[in-house]
Unconditional design. Structure first.
Length: 311
């Protein structure tokens, strides 16, 4: 079988797939149309997020048997059409779930203890103790929306704290010893912290809007290490200004795309201008699952799944 690698990954992937007898070709520079012109020669492709795999691409891939997505989400692939054509989707949420769990916990503790604000002040000669008095996580209720690999990993990290963990998921019977599954209304009535762990689907696009936010009984903290387009940024900013949302840790953004940097050289959305200046907002560049260890785990997970299915 011939595999075309469209994004660079940990070297172990090529090494192990070669050892298993696969022919591996690498093309990290050609355009999507150039790839389409030769994709019929391949049985499998390995991709991260270089471009979307749509119907036109899949129609050209007449011999394709699998698509390996080195990551958790597969929204850049027309999965339904791929399955109709008998193409298997192989993703690797197991590979970076621990990294996401740790990053999410880190963001929460940083927000509660004003690490970012206090660090900036000390570096600028200010020693403000009372102004940086934090709050403790113990005794709080943490609500998770989405309780798959990522949600479960975060809930596991919370076991060392005296917190109540609730989860809401469209799948039934996913709760475990780390989180009690409840309906959305119950989660919104009790949560002090909301953490998103959902894929990008029609159900989750613009999910966190003003109506959703106002359904929470208490002011709450928002964490998003899932997908940026799940949160309507302008509605988030309104809630931050009103105090309905006490603070936000965002690893992903509604504006996120390959040309993100252009936001700073063109007309920046007003809502984003607020976020980058707000002291109760912590921003990271989609790195929650991006650790030294997860790079290895993601590649190994894809290799293991290809081996299990095709060897």
């Amino acid at each position: 079988m011939k595999i075309l690698h469209l994004d660079t990954n940990h070297p172990l992937m090529l090494e192990q797939l070669n050892a298993l007898g696969f022919q591996n070709d690498e093309d990290y520079l050609s355009s999507k149309s150039e790839i389409e012109a030769k994709i019929q020669n391949y049985d499998g492709i390995i991709i991260r997020s270089r471009f979307s795999i749509d119907k036109q691409f899949l129609d050209a891939a007449t011999n394709l048997k699998f698509i390996g997505r080195v990551g958790a989400g597969v929204e850049n692939i027309d999965g339904e059409y791929a399955l109709q054509k008998g193409i298997q989707l192989i993703s690797a949420p197991e590979g970076n779930r621990n990294a996401v769990g740790e990053h999410t916990l880190g963001m929460l503790l940083s927000l509660f203890n004003k690490f970012n604000k206090a660090d900036h002040e000390v570096r600028n000669g200010q020693w403000l103790r009372e102004e940086n008095r934090g709050i403790e996580l113990d005794g709080k209720t943490v609500g998770l929306i989405g309780y798959g690999n990522m949600g479960k990993a975060f809930a596991k990290k919370l076991r060392g704290f005296d917190v109540t963990v609730l989860c809401y998921d469209i799948q039934s019977h996913v709760g475990d010893e780390n989180a009690e599954q409840v309906n959305l209304k119950t989660l919104q009535a009790q949560a002090d912290v909301l953490s998103l762990h959902t894929p990008q689907t029609p159900l989750t696009l613009n999910m966190v809007n003003t109506e959703f936010i106002n359904a929470f009984k208490k002011p709450f903290w928002l964490l998003n290490t899932a997908r940026g387009k799940s949160v309507v940024t302008s509605d988030l900013v309104l809630a931050l200004k009103s105090g309905k949302i006490l603070g936000a840790g965002l690893d992903v953004l509604e504006y996120e795309k390959a040309s993100f940097e252009q936001l700073f050289s063109s007309k920046m959305p007003e809502a984003f201008q607020y976020l980058i200046k707000a002291e109760n907002v912590l921003l990271t560049p989609h790195i929650a699952g991006w650790t030294i260890e997860s790079k290895v785990k993601l590649a190994q997970t894809i290799v293991n799944k290809i081996q299990a299915k095709f060897c």
